[in-house]
Design a protein around this ligand. Structure first.
Ligand code: ADP
Length: 196
């Protein structure tokens, strides 16, 4: 089972990822988590990553693709995985597509968590006081939203046109949203197995 989880900052990708990987028993590959770890290195590369995260800009496609390819080659990912936070650009989507084809893997679902903009901002500002994430400041939040709209949202059409997009209303409690995610995934899985 290969799942891509998409959604704007604050849409609940981290929360739903935890539930999905537990439910399906697949590894969780979060580029945000990987970069937050990588930025701790006292090197030029670490400093560059920290500067991108803190300002809400994306790190380079090359860096992301190197990290993701390396993780996908682990034996734990042979039976599937959940990609959280990647792809975020057209280049990333195309390169992942090529990689899956090369490995003969099938992308099963692209789940998009849909939340209105005002609610996203409210959640991120609330999270800032609880978790203290460095990129949850008002300026960085608006930059991340802008980057999402400009560079990532167009990918929804890319996946929609391939019949892979499952859009889920992600307003509500985490449990309610998870029930909607599962029912969407199960509905599509059953639909495709009757077609085959
Ligand atoms: P959110 O979705 O809340 O913005 P993430 O934890 O997914 O948070 O990502 C945090 C930051 O890490 C992003 O703002 C960006 O700087 C960087 N990042 C994460 N994933 C990618 C990616 N696929 N491509 C480029 N940059 C990324």
């Amino acid at each position: 089972m290969i799942i891509i989880l998409m959604g704007a900052p604050g849409s609940g990708k981290g929360t739903q990822s935890k539930r999905l990987v537990e439910y399906f028993g697949i590894p969780h590959l979060s580029t945000g988590d990987m970069l937050r770890e990588a930025q701790k290195q006292p090197t030029e590369a670490g400093r560059k990553i920290a500067a991108c995260i803190d300002s809400g800009r994306l790190v380079s496609d090359e860096l992301i693709l190197t990290l993701v390819e390396e993780r996908l080659s682990h034996p734990a990912c042979q039976l599937g995985c959940l990609l959280d936070g990647v792809p975020r650009t057209t280049v990333q989507a195309e390169r992942l597509d090529e990689l899956f084809r090369r490995k003969n893997w099938t992308l099963d679902h692209v789940i998009a968590l849909c939340v209105p903009q005002a609610e996203l901002v409210r959640r991120l500002l609330a999270r800032a006081t609880v978790e203290g994430r460095a990129d949850d400041t008002p300026d960085t939040i608006s930059q991340r939203m802008e980057v999402y709209q400009r560079q990532t949202a167009p990918l929804l059409d890319f996946f929609r046109s391939r019949g892979l997009l499952r859009e889920v209303d992600a307003v509500g409690s985490p449990d309610d949203v998870f029930r909607r995610v599962l029912s969407m995934v199960n509905q599509q899985t059953q639909g495709s197995s009757t077609r085959n």
